[in-house]
Every structure is written in structure tokens, then in C-alpha cells.
Design a protein around this ligand. Structure first.
Ligand code: NAG
Ligand code: NAG
Ligand code: NAG
Ligand code: NAG
Ligand code: NAG
Ligand code: NAG
Ligand code: NAG
Length: 670
């Protein structure tokens, strides 16, 4: 028995007894406090330095100094073509909208003034649909879970996020100037309350209160919501008339199913075949929610696992009443550890081999939650509902990936490698297992933690943490738009994690945008390791080769992040890597930058990142950097070497089966 087992056994008892009493949210409740937030914009002007910090502009949107308003879409950038655009202006900090303990929504009050400008020439268009042709789609006051994406244009009003069709939590009050019968719109001049759906829960004819939304004049809205009574009141009037005595909507409305604890608030608007410019001229917002101070709960186990170091320190600091117990346990623990150290120092044990042979009695010991461990096939089978097809997240030639829920309620991803894969490719299973173990010991904030593994004669399974926000490719190639600052952060996170892996003489071997995930705070974490080993060559040489292949794939991923499109081109589209080199050759790299990001791109930074990406696709002996150097380039700690003026020549084709070398890279390893 090695002393680690004892350590974890006692540690497990300590953890469970110490947390057990408080981990179910109903733990000791402290005093109740009011959490308030006040936002006030008298007008909008880009000269206001606070505005740049406080507002996140996404998609086609601009702060117009002329009108002192937020304008969606951005008429300066788009010129005369304002069709099919969407934009959002979101207050940059999250606001507490729900007390998760009592499920009570926050109370809030907001007022804003707005004006729609119909472009005079667009009235010239077809008059085929719905009689009147004037007017773009409309504006919403919106409460959304993220400050990163823009929803779909046209009748969707930039509101819904395509990534999460079913469970995108959002609350919106729409001011809709087109009638879309498919969404149940009553007319082309209405208000709507939209709860998680573009189909309004309630729709109100704006003409009833004498307002024509798109008549070019300024209107004002007052929305107030009482979270305790779950009561909403909306008033609308021409700006000059002041606060109206009658509301356009008042009634009970439970927003809690459509809110997370923290949400972002702001405006979204869109145009379709018909256009108009949506101006928001001023905005006040105040929210108040009750929070009870309490012992932190264990509810977000994903976050917890992500940061390796927090569990131990938190447990040590969390509770005071049991300090005597903790003291006692620590003393016992120390004694046991010392005794076991003494005995085990005579024994040179290979942890891995032991795991292979003495599995049955070893497996059940409690361990701290963030330590990777071996799972039994029964555990994995239960978690994936017997590898049910309904749980499948994806598959490739090597493996099938399942979403699974462990008995403790944590969501994980189970990657089950196909037996044929080992048989036909002659990969050494033992080596493979060794590598899984090696990587599972590595912890880094930007690497998806490996929860554990499971293998016997038939099965090779790796269990990862489930990362709730999905993979980067969905964010990049979908209809929503990731803003530049976030993309640049993703590139840095990815570089950091790979540099760290390489510093440990390991390689990822499967770097691509679908292996990069965004966690709950939208940090990039890299998962889906390749693990592929070849049976030839020394391990050291092999690891070096895989690392340079990682660098190449990193370069391609950087290009994808900047261009917002996949290297795998659609029919008729040029290979992204080819295109990037061609644009470099004619010095027009800026044309590669994803246009959907709008004017808020730091172009200089984007071109720098592009250069670094291209550098990574060079031949190894012709200047491909190491990941360590890439990190230095990105942090501006080292100048970027000059790129060759033209595109390097590919001598050997890409070999996906060996994973050895890639793209234009292969001359060094013939
Ligand atoms: C919190 O706000 C409510 C009104 O929303 C008020 O009645 C209560 O006294 C406030 N509590 C504290 C601690 O300020
Ligand atoms: C729109 O109308 C203005 C004047 O009303 C004119 O100057 C402008 O060229 C027109 N734009 C287009 C695209 O027709
Ligand atoms: C716009 O109207 C003018 C005259 O009213 C007409 O000559 C022109 O063809 C129209 N343009 C379109 C796109 O219908
Ligand atoms: C909206 O209100 C106006 C004026 O009160 C009325 O003429 C129109 O028919 C109403 N539209 C609908 C769809 O109720
Ligand atoms: C927009 O116009 C195009 C071409 O005229 C047409 O195919 C499409 O259905 C229109 N979309 C909507 C939402 O009216
Ligand atoms: C918005 O808030 C400011 C200060 O908080 C206040 O002076 C102003 O009157 C408010 N505007 C409206 C329309 O309520
Ligand atoms: C560990 O936690 C401390 C604060 O508790 C933090 O400063 C540090 O960055 C963390 N380290 C890692 C690797 O997350």
C-alpha cells in the first residue's frame, strides 16, 4: 500500500466531512445585503473615455459623435449597403440578475430614448412584400448571458445566439418595425416581450399609445420590473410628452427561468432586406437584487477543477468551527505519511504497472476531486448511459466522444478510442496509456483537465472535464461574432498552454480549432489531446517532431481565428493557408481579417498575430519558431523575424496518419 493512498483516503474523509454540511446551498446563511448597480448615459459620445470602457460594441455598431448616439448598423463603415446587418452595444460588466439561492430575479428600472432613421433611398426597393417597404427590422433592449456575440440579423433582431438554439437564456423587449407573421407579429409597429425566443410572449400595438416607431421622431421607454412580485411595467411615449400615466404593458411575468445569476444588459438591433438606422440617444439603468452572504458552495465543480490550487487552500481556510478536527486530522495524516514514507522508501514502484495489475482493490478510495484517476468500465458505462447514441457528441476515425454525467453530478466528456484504431495502425497501447497518464498529471489553466482514464483489454477511454461553452470552431465559424480582443486572448491562451506542454517534453498532437474550448469565463482551454504515438524512433525524437507539428497547427489555428473561417475551404474557396501566403506576397494581409468584427479590430495587433501564424507554418529549418518563442512574440518581448517575401514550397505532402509532419513542413524528416 503506498502512502499516497492513505493520504487520499484521509484527505477524502476530511473533505467530505468538512464540506458535507455546507455544500448543498442551504448552508449557513449570513446577513442579507442589497446588490445595486446604476448606469447612466446622458448621451453617447466617443470623447467620453468612460464610454470606451463601459460599452462593448459588437458587430455593426458605432458611437456617433454627430448625433451623440449609438447607431446600429454603422453607417460610416457600411456606406450605402446597410442590409442584413446586426449589432449590439452591451454594458461591459456583468450585472447580478438572479439570486440563485431563492431563484428571485433582480428588480430593475430602465429608461432610454431612441430614434429610427429610415434611409430615404431604400424606400425605392421592391414593394412586393407586405405592402409597405420602409423600415428595417427593429431594436431590442436586451439581457443576455455573454458580452461576446451578436445574434442573427434580419427579423431575429440580433437577439438570438445561433450557438445555443435551445437554451440561450435571454430577455428582450423588442421595438419591431416589420411584421413577420411566422413569428406571430401583429403588425409592423409593435412592442414585444421576448423570453428566450424570438416569438414574443406578449405583443403590443404601438399605435394604441399614439407612437409610430419609425416616424423619425424620438421616443422614450420606461421599463420597471419588481423581482419579488415578478411584475413588469412598460411605458412608451414621444420624448417631448414625458412620463405617461398609462402603461402599454403591465402584468405578472416570471423572468427567473431566462436569467443566469450574472447577465449583461444593453441593446441589439438588425436590418434585413429593408434598412434603417437605430439610434439610442440616452440610457439610465438601475438594478437591485438581494444576496445573502453564505459559505461558498461546491456547485460549480467545473470551475473548481480548472484551478488545481484552489481546493486545498480553500478547504484549509473555509471553515473555522471544525478547526480542532482539522488539526487532529492533519496530525494523523502527517504521522501516517511519515510511517508510509519510511516503508515505501525501500520499494521502487512503478505506479503505472501497478495500476495495470492490481486494479480491483485499488479503485474505490476517495481522492481529492481534481486528481486524475482510473475509472472502471462500469462507472463510465453508467455515466454514458451504456454508451447511448443520444450521448454522442462527435466521432472521428479514431474515437467516439460522449457527454456523460458522473454519479456526483459533474458533467464530463468521455472519449472512447476504437479498438480497430490500435490494431490497424500498430500503435502500442502501452505507450499510449503511458502518455495518457503523463498528460493527466499536467495541470495548467489553459489545458482541459483530464479526469481520468479507463482501460482493459478491449477499451481505451479518456475522461475529460466538460467545458460548457463549446469549442472555438463553433464560435468562429458560426453566425455570431467573437470580438477581436477575445480572439487575441484565445491566441495567447493557446500559445501559453502549448508552450507549457512542450516545456514538459510533451506534445498535444491534435491542435485545431475544434480542440480549443471556451470555459465559463470564456477563457480558452485546450483539450482533445492526440495521444498518438508511433512505434518507431526514440521518444525524445518523437516528442520533438510532434512539438514542431503542434507549432504548425497552431499557426493554422491563428489564421482561422483572425479570418473567422476554417482552413478546410468550402467548394470554390481557396485554402486559407494558401490565401494567407498569397495576401502576404502582395502585402494585403489586412484583407484576411474577419470583416464581421467591425471597426473595433486592433489592426496592427491582428497583422502581428497573422505574421506569427505564418511564421509557424514555415519549414522547421527555415525559421519555424518554438512555442516558447511564439509566446515571447505575442507578449512583445521579442521582435518577430521577417517573413520570407513569398510562400515556401511544399516538398512533401501532409501526413495525417503518422502525425509526424504537416503542410509545408516535411523536408526535415524525409
Ligand atoms: C434592500 O432594499 C429594499 C428595497 O428594495 C429595502 O426595503 C431594504 O431595506 C434594503 N435592505 C438593506 C439592507 O439595505
Ligand atoms: C440617396 O439619396 C441621396 C439624396 O437624397 C443621394 O445623394 C445619394 O446618392 C443616394 N444614394 C443612393 C445609393 O442612391
Ligand atoms: C428608384 O427609383 C427611381 C425613380 O423613382 C428609378 O429610376 C430606379 O430604377 C429605382 N431603383 C430601384 C432599385 O428600383
Ligand atoms: C393597431 O392600432 C391602430 C390604431 O389604434 C389600429 O388602426 C390597428 O388596426 C391596430 N393593429 C392591430 C394589428 O391591432
Ligand atoms: C430578401 O430579398 C431576397 C431577394 O430579393 C429574397 O429572396 C428574400 O426572401 C428576402 N428576405 C426577406 C426576409 O424578405
Ligand atoms: C438619468 O439619471 C441621471 C442621473 O442619475 C438623472 O439626472 C436623469 O434625470 C435620469 N434621466 C431620466 C430620463 O430619468
Ligand atoms: C493559485 O491561487 C492563487 C490565489 O489563490 C493565484 O494567485 C494563483 O494564480 C493560482 N495559481 C494557478 C496556477 O491557478
Amino acid at each position: 500500500m503506498d502512502y499516497f493512498c492513505w493520504f487520499y483516503f484521509l484527505f477524502g474523509i476530511l473533505v467530505s466531512s468538512n464540506l458535507g454540511s455546507s455544500s448543498d446551498d442551504k448552508g449557513p446563511i449570513g446577513p442579507v445585503i442589497n446588490v445595486t448597480k446604476h448606469i447612466s448615459f446622458h448621451d453617447f459620445s466617443s470623447n467620453n473615455p468612460r464610454l470606451n470602457q463601459d460599452l462593448t460594441l459588437l458587430g455593426s455598431v458605432i458611437v456617433s459623435d454627430g448625433k451623440k448616439s449609438i447607431q446600429i448598423p454603422d453607417p460610416e463603415r457600411e456606406g450605402d449597403d446597410l442590409k442584413h446587418l446586426a449589432g449590439r452595444a452591451i454594458y461591459s460588466s456583468p450585472i447580478r440578475f438572479l439570486d440563485p439561492r431563492t431563484e428571485t430575479p433582480a428588480s430593475f428600472e430602465t429608461t432610454f430614448s431612441f430614434q429610427f432613421e429610415v434611409k430615404s433611398n431604400s424606400s425605392n426597393e421592391s414593394t412586393s412584400d407586405l405592402g409597405k417597404s420602409v423600415g428595417g427590422s427593429g431594436l431590442t433592449f436586451i439581457i443576455v448571458p455573454d458580452e461576446l456575440t451578436v445574434g442573427r440579423a434580419g427579423p431575429w433582431l440580433g437577439m438570438l445566439n445561433d450557438l445555443c438554439d435551445d437554451d440561450y437564456k435571454t430577455v428582450a423587449i423588442e421595438f419591431d418595425t416589420r411584421q413577420n407573421p411566422e413569428f406571430g407579429d401583429p403588425n409592423d409597429n409593435h412592442l414585444g416581450i421576448n423570453l428566450g425566443s424570438i416569438v414574443s410572449t406578449a405583443a403590443i400595438n404601438a399605435s394604441d399609445v399614439g407612437v409610430q416607431l419609425n416616424d423619425g421622431s424620438i421616443h422614450r421607454v420606461w421599463i420597471s420590473y419588481d423581482g419579488r412580485k415578478r411584475f413588469m411595467d412598460i411605458r412608451l411615449a414621444p420624448e417631448e410628452k414625458g412620463y405617461p400615466s398609462k402603461s402599454v404593458y403591465s402584468g405578472l411575468l416570471d423572468l427567473s427561468p431566462y436569467l443566469n445569476e450574472y447577465m449583461f444588459v444593453g441593446f441589439s438591433a438588425a436590418t434585413g432586406n429593408h434598412t434603417q438606422i437605430h439610434n439610442i440617444l440616452s440610457w439610465n439603468f438601475t438594478s437591485i437584487s438581494q444576496a445573502s452572504l453564505r459559505v461558498p458552495s461546491t456547485e460549480t465543480c467545473q470551475n473548481r477543477i480548472m484551478l488545481q490550487n484552489d481546493t486545498q487552500s480553500e478547504i484549509a481556510h473555509r471553515k473555522t468551527p471544525n478547526s480542532f478536527f482539522i488539526f487532529l486530522a492533519v496530525v494523523i495524516l502527517l504521522v501516517v505519511v511519515l510511517i508510509n514514507l519510511y516503508f515505501s522508501s525501500y520499494k521502487k514502484d512503478d505506479d503505472f504497472d501497478e495500476a495495470m495489475t492490481t486494479l480491483p482493490e485499488k479503485k474505490q478510495r476517495p481522492r481529492p476531486p481534481n486528481k486524475a484517476r482510473r475509472f472502471t468500465i462500469a462507472e463510465v458505462s453508467i455515466a454514458t448511459r451504456n454508451f447511448s447514441e443520444l450521448q454522442i457528441l462527435g466521432s472521428d476515425e479514431k474515437s467516439v466522444t460522449y457527454k456523460a454525467t458522473m454519479l456526483n453530478g459533474c458533467n464530463v466528456v468521455v472519449k472512447r478510442f476504437l479498438t480497430q484504431f490500435f490494431n490497424t495502425h500498430g500503435f502500442e497501447k502501452r505507450q499510449f496509456h503511458k502518455e495518457i497518464k503523463a498528460i493527466s498529471k499536467i495541470r495548467h489553466p489553459n489545458l482541459v483537465p483530464i479526469r481520468g482514464w479507463c482501460y482493459d483489454n478491449q477499451e481505451t477511454i479518456v475522461v475529460y472535464d466538460f467545458i460548457p461553452n463549446g469549442s472555438l470552431d463553433k464560435w468562429l465559424f458560426g453566425v455570431g461574432v467573437l470580438p477581436w480582443t477575445r480572439r487575441f486572448k484565445v491566441v495567447k491562451d493557446l500559445a501559453d498552454s502549448l508552450a507549457y506542454l512542450h516545456s514538459k517534453q510533451l506534445a498535444h498532437k491534435n491542435v485545431k480549432s475544434s480542440s480549443v474550448f471556451l470555459d465559463v469565463s470564456f477563457r480558452a482551454v485546450v483539450g482533445d489531446f492526440g495521444f498518438v504515438l508511433t512505434s518507431t524512433g526514440s521518444t525524445r525524437f518523437e516528442s520533438m517532431v510532434s512539438q514542431t507539428a503542434d507549432v504548425f497547427e497552431f499557426g493554422v489555428a491563428v489564421l482561422e481565428v483572425i479570418a473567422g473561417r476554417s482552413r478546410k475551404s468550402n467548394p470554390g474557396e481557396r485554402d486559407l493557408l494558401d490565401l494567407a501566403w498569397a495576401m502576404h506576397e502582395v502585402q494585403q494581409k489586412e484583407t484576411l481579417v474577419d470583416r464581421r468584427m467591425g471597426a473595433v479590430v486592433n489592426l496592427e495587433q491582428a497583422i502581428r498575430a497573422l505574421d506569427i501564424g505564418l511564421l509557424c507554418t514555415l519549414n522547421e529549418n527555415k525559421g519555424r519558431p518554438t512555442m516558447e518563442e511564439v509566446v515571447e512574440f505575442l507578449n512583445m518581448e521579442k521582435p518577430i523575424p521577417e517573413l520570407p517575401p513569398g510562400r515556401p514550397v511544399c516538398l512533401f505532402p501532409y501526413s495525417s496518419t503518422t502525425g509526424l509532419c504537416s503542410g509545408y513542413a516535411c523536408t526535415a524528416f524525409k
